[in-house]
Design a protein around this ligand. Structure first.
Ligand code: HEM
Length: 94
């Protein structure tokens, strides 16, 4: 029996832009920059905790509603339409 070198079968290249390694790396770079900028901004926003509850709550509320009405409050798969949301037992609705 002859031993064959083990060569993994190369997958078929995907069609379109996602098949290009350069395009994949460009997407990775752009999304990385966006995430980095968000985290830096988020750090700055979180420092509002030192300005007091009102400033910090305003920042948090802004985070929840950014992107509305397309994303943000009420758009997660678990939240459902606002009309169907119920107050949690023993607490207030958001
Ligand atoms: C030590 C690190 C972090 C702290 C202390 C922190 C703190 C917070 C706080 C206090 C809020 C407001 C929550 C509210 O609505 O009452 C928030 C919201 C949020 N944070 Fe962060 N965060 C941290 C890291 C991150 C990172 C690394 C990401 C993403 C890469 C992130 C993404 C978000 C998003 C998307 C929201 C809005 C969602 C929501 O309000 O429900 N956070 N964060």
């Amino acid at each position: 029996m002859t031993s064959q070198p083990s060569v993994a079968a190369s997958p078929r290249p995907r069609p379109g832009v996602t098949g290009s390694l350069v395009a994949q790396k460009a997407v990775m770079a752009v999304t990385g920059v966006v995430l980095f900028l968000f985290v830096v901004g988020h750090l700055a926003g979180n420092l509002k905790i030192f300005e007091g509850p009102a400033a910090f709550n305003a920042y948090a509320e802004g985070l929840r509603t950014v992107g509305a009405p397309f994303v943000g409050r009420g758009c997660s798969p678990t939240s459902g339409p606002p009309s169907r949301r119920r107050a949690p037992a023993g607490g207030r609705a958001r």
